[in-house]
Ligand binder design. Sequence first.
Ligand SMILES: *Cc1c(COP(=O)(O)O)cnc(C)c1O
Length: 500
Amino acid sequence: MLFVSTRGQVGKVSSAHAIKEGLAGDGGLFVPQTLPYLSLETILGMHALSYEQCAAKILGYFLTDYSTEELAECTGAAYSSEKFGADPAPLRKVGENCDVLELWHGPTMAFKDIALQILPHLMTKAQEKTGSDFRIVILAATSGDTGKAALEGFADVPGTEIIVFYPEDGVSQVQKLQMVTQTGKNTKVFGIRGNFDDAQRGVKEIFGDAALETELKECGWVFSSANSINWGRLAPQITYYFKAYSDAVAEERIRPGEKIIFSVPTGNFGDILAGYYARKMGLPVKRFICASNSNNVLTDFINTGIYDKNRVLNKTVSPSMDILVSSNLERLLFDLTENDAGQVAEWMKQLNTVGKYQVPKDVAERVRDLFFAAWIDERETVDTIGRVHNDFEYLIDPHTAVAWRAAEKYRLLSSDDSYIVVLSTASPYKFCKTVLEGIGKAEGLNENNPFDAAHRLAEETETSVPPQVTALETMPILHKDVIAAEEMAQHIKKTLGIAQ
Ligand SMILES: *Cc1c(COP(=O)(O)O)cnc(C)c1O
């Protein structure tokens, strides 16, 4: 299988090339030229497979230049029980004809682990396959979640180095602790004096610095990114849609072939797009619910056909969805315009210059047929956490609450009583304070002790603090450097041992 760019200005490439490069040379995103189609029998058979077998099967349709053994190696390393427990994506029976797919059993307690645990393995193999013997340096600026998930994924993966920059005063206490205690011989974490934009701007400048690139290449290093536009991050997310469906049939929640609904808390549009591809591959899905917080650019786009990023970015209690440009939407537009790369390139140009574009009526209708969009405000998010806990004795994090509430809105507006799977993207223990507010137990928390909220949540809900959080209390701080944004390049060279 070959991959093309959504902007049509580069030739077809192999999957190894697409994964190695991340972004296409014309600024577009790599997409598979065709999609495989799976019979219902094949889909239902996935229930009997382990998660890693299922992932190897799905990846096998796309990464045709990787051997079966190589894919088994990658999925085996990524989805072991030490990393994800018994099941990386269990389907929990929760509500009336509405279940929750828990995607946060990985090392950093967020769904990004599912892709970022495997990406490093796919990337190092891609280096070999494309005949490159450079070692990879992953650079990431992070506002919290992505940096830690990338660190965990790349830690001690041979042939890679990962360097993460976080704004010193722009991440939560737990997020900071998660990063500064990171182990692994090839990991390095820097605090940046400034905010997230300063850190991100610094990384972008380094990616565009040709002299630095040459200097690094001479020493055997090449930069890469673990950004969510990489096909190697998207493809692994297709797996859990199939697995969840086969599990729901096996548990008699639905009949074989019955069309169902997925409600997805959405930011960069990567998670929900993987579901869209699963549907095109034959998965019986009626609709997707695209759930947003008050950064509701996608809700407006789906309802009007106009994408307009000219608005302020709100800081919300579901921070991993605080985003104004949902990059992966470009892939959907490419597909819905029958691969009209010229048109997609024109819209992306408008987005860059005037911050806005409008798709024609027929495209807007196709979007609306398949996606129901709703956005949830802060109060509703917190209330939903409390209500779900009260009604079903089930704890959800704020991102999952957004998807749950959006699903309720869909039911009310559509009177459609189809079976719904709500994707749960983070553990409630990642957002203890907001979850405690939801269940009405947040009074008098000790703001100076980041673990106070976790212990209280455990006591109040008779659940246990996950080992990933408990471990942080005693882990030594390994990364103490705080630097200015202007010093980033210098510190990268120092880390790689090519400067003093
Ligand atoms: C990244 C993230 C999302 C959004 O996923 P996208 O693929 O960017 O749409 C939702 N919830 C959590 C917890 C996340 O970390």
